[in-house]
Design a protein around this ligand. Structure first.
Ligand SMILES: C[S@@+](CC[C@H](N)C(=O)[O-])C[C@H]1O[C@@H](n2cnc3c(N)ncnc32)[C@H](O)[C@@H]1O
Length: 280
């Protein structure tokens, strides 16, 4: 069986488009490191035994912690987001995709796609090390990296699709790394998204409009699906939803547990999935 480190090198080779975060020259394997080629100064990045490449010069603060990603993994495993992965897949370009999941979190969507399509290749980037360490446990062979989606270590035109799922976008950077004809798949909340959790916190339903308007200003939408499903949830799954959502991140553990102790019977997943062209 391949080690996590070998899987990362395999994915990096398949993509063939990693560049040095310092000098932007191509990177090539040298032992357990990636080293930039073509310059006198050899910048060196280590790929650790957990199969994670970190290209950040300093650790970024993230409001997403290990407990959130553990709860997220259990929620994804429950199947509540399967219809979202199906909608993303249906909107992707046809052919052998090269996918970047920007702000991939624990990597669930990229893994779902790469395990369905063994001839595709992909990378998942997130600013949170906790997220990427969970992603490297997944079965697919992908290039998992701790990186800022506003400055991606990839050559121009590297990907046929960029996924941006419930994550801040950097439209100029996404445009740069997308190949001609490539698509941005943007997933953003509809008004019913997690309405039961919002109500449990005393929040009004999500107000739609702002993300949608900004997206339409920056991109041309060429395909759209809306996924709206209300799931019956067990008390344990309700607790995981409470712990997995950034909606609760400003609460203490005791406050989250208090909301978890009063479970609702259902949770609604209501998301827009838009396929967008960023070419000017
Ligand atoms: C709500 S989570 C969504 C994660 C994943 N896309 C999913 O749907 O499960 C938002 C993610 O964006 C990441 N993120 C936020 N700003 C980022 C940045 N500048 N660069 C890379 N990742 C970022 C966070 O660390 C977090 O994992």
């Amino acid at each position: 069986m391949l080690s996590k480190r070998d899987k990362l090198f395999l994915a990096a080779e398949a993509l063939g488009s990693l560049v040095c975060p310092v000098c932007r020259k191509p990177l090539a394997r040298s032992g357990d490191d990636l080293v930039c080629t073509g310059t006198a100064k050899k910048h060196r990045l280590n790929v650790n035994h957990k199969g994670c490449l970190n290209v950040l010069s300093q650790q970024a603060d993230s409001c997403y912690d290990a407990a959130l990603f553990d709860a997220r993994r259990r929620v994804f495993s429950s199947g509540c987001y399967n219809a979202v992965a199906d909608a993303i897949e249906a909107l992707l370009p046809t052919g052998r995709n090269r996918i970047l999941d920007a702000g991939c979190g624990d990597g669930w969507y990229l893994n779902a796609l790469l395990t369905r399509h063994h001839d595709w290749c992909g990378a998942g980037a997130d600013i949170s090390r906790d997220a990427i360490l969970r992603a490297t446990d997944l079965p697919c062979t992908a290039l998992w990296l701790v990186a800022d989606l506003r400055r991606l270590p990839f050559a121009d035109s590297s990907f046929t699709a960029v996924l941006d799922v419930l994550t801040p976008a950097s439209y100029d950077e996404f445009r740069r790394v997308l190949a001609p004809g490539g698509l941005l798949i943007k997933v953003y909340p509809g008004c019913g998204y997690l309405q039961e959790l919002r109500a449990a916190r005393g929040m009004a339903p999500y107000e739609e409009g702002q993300v949608d308007a900004y997206l339409r200003e920056k991109a041309t939408i060429v395909g759209e699906k809306r996924v709206t499903v209300t799931h019956a949830v067990s008390d344990e799954l309700w607790r995981d939803f409470v712990w997995m959502t950034p909606l609760m991140q400003d609460l203490s553990a005791e406050e989250k547990d208090a909301i978890a102790a009063k479970p609702a019977e259902t949770v609604t997943v209501d998301l827009h999935v838009a396929a967008c062209c960023l070419e000017v």
